[in-house]
Unconditional design. Sequence first.
Length: 141
Amino acid sequence: MHAHVPVPAHRAAAHRPRYDRFRSVRNRIRLHSVARLALSLALLAAIAAPALAQQPGGDIFGTSDQTVGNGFRAFVKYMRAGLFLLGFVFLGLAAINKGADKPWGGKVAAGLGCWGFAGIGSLLYSFSQGEDVDLDTDLGS
């Protein structure tokens, strides 16, 4: 058995961390203050920038009245492509989860949902282009 040897008070105090708790609290307070200041300046810049961009008698959508429609068509076009690709991603994840004996049904449902919404987006894009969408039930026979 080892005997307990008392440590002199001056040696024990030298190994004890002093004010470390208070130093970290002070640093957190400083960081919080800097973050608040940065957020306030960013908010001020975001609010002031649109006000400076306004011109008397100017158009909101630019020189053409087709800007909003073209923007919507481009948004639908890219989102349907993204959803279609995301369907493959979800089905790939479902296959990986199936092989690893993890739950996979939700990912299959998400993949099929992405493909369904991509189909709806394709339909909306066709309508926005003024094209007819034929419902053809003749499967080549």
